[in-house]
Design a protein around this ligand. Structure first.
Ligand code: CO
Length: 216
């Protein structure tokens, strides 16, 4: 093997460290996965889902894409959500955005980055929806932070409107959907106080958006 030997060395050291703490860890894990949480986050290398929330392999089911977007025609994301809810029976889905997101910044700055611009149109839709309050913010970093938060609200709404989530709630399956934001420059998660346990709580998302828009 000629390439990336350091990664293989890291891997062996990691597996040894875990096995030394719990010799049965990997054999137990190979039997089944029973994560209680699904994480939908950004692909950004600085936002590693498991590490941020201190969870081990097997404890967090994960879907990541640029700017943590949930689109009702994205077969990839929908399949992850459906499998997580119907088969794994996760009890919580966390949509986690992050400040300093390159995808959000590209929309704010109207950058042209190539094919990815088409994906980011979903974030641009969020920007256009809240254009008046966002454009009223003079500081570009504050404006981007606000769009990060509003993007989480919108993606939580998109997730909650999927037939998969709606049916789970209709069938009385315990399932909470949460909206969080992570700050890359201090490593701290921030709860946007978005937590939906059933379809009747959908209007709380509009309150959350209002809260974000009016907060200074
Ligand atoms: Co990002």
């Amino acid at each position: 093997m000629r390439f990336l030997l350091n990664l293989f060395e890291n891997n062996r050291a990691w597996a040894q460290r875990i096995s030394s703490e719990d010799p049965d860890f990997f054999s137990k894990l190979s039997q089944q996965q029973q994560p209680e949480y699904l994480w939908i986050g950004c692909s950004d290398a600085r936002v590693p889902a498991n590490e941020i929330v201190g969870l081990l392999p097997g404890e967090l089911f994960v879907h990541r894409n640029v700017a943590n977007v949930v689109v009702h025609t994205d077969l990839n994301c929908l399949s992850v959500v459906q499998f997580a809810i119907d088969v794994l029976k996760v009890k919580h889905i966390i949509v986690c955005g992050h400040y300093g997101c390159g995808g959000i910044n590209a929309v704010i700055n109207r950058s042209e980055l190539g094919l990815i611009d088409n994906w980011l149109r979903y974030v641009e839709d969020v920007y256009l929806k809240y254009r008046a309050p966002l454009d009223a913010i003079a500081d570009p970093i504050q404006r981007a932070d606000k769009l990060c938060e509003l993007n989480v609200v919108e993606q939580v709404e998109n997730l909650c409107r999927t037939t998969v989530v709606q049916n789970a709630w209709k069938n009385g399956q315990p399932l909470a959907v949460h909206g969080w934001v992570y700050r890359v420059d201090d490593g701290i998660l921030r709860d946007l106080n978005i937590c939906l346990n059933n379809a009747n709580e959908m209007p709380t998302l509009h309150a959350a958006a209002r809260r974000i828009v009016t907060a200074t």
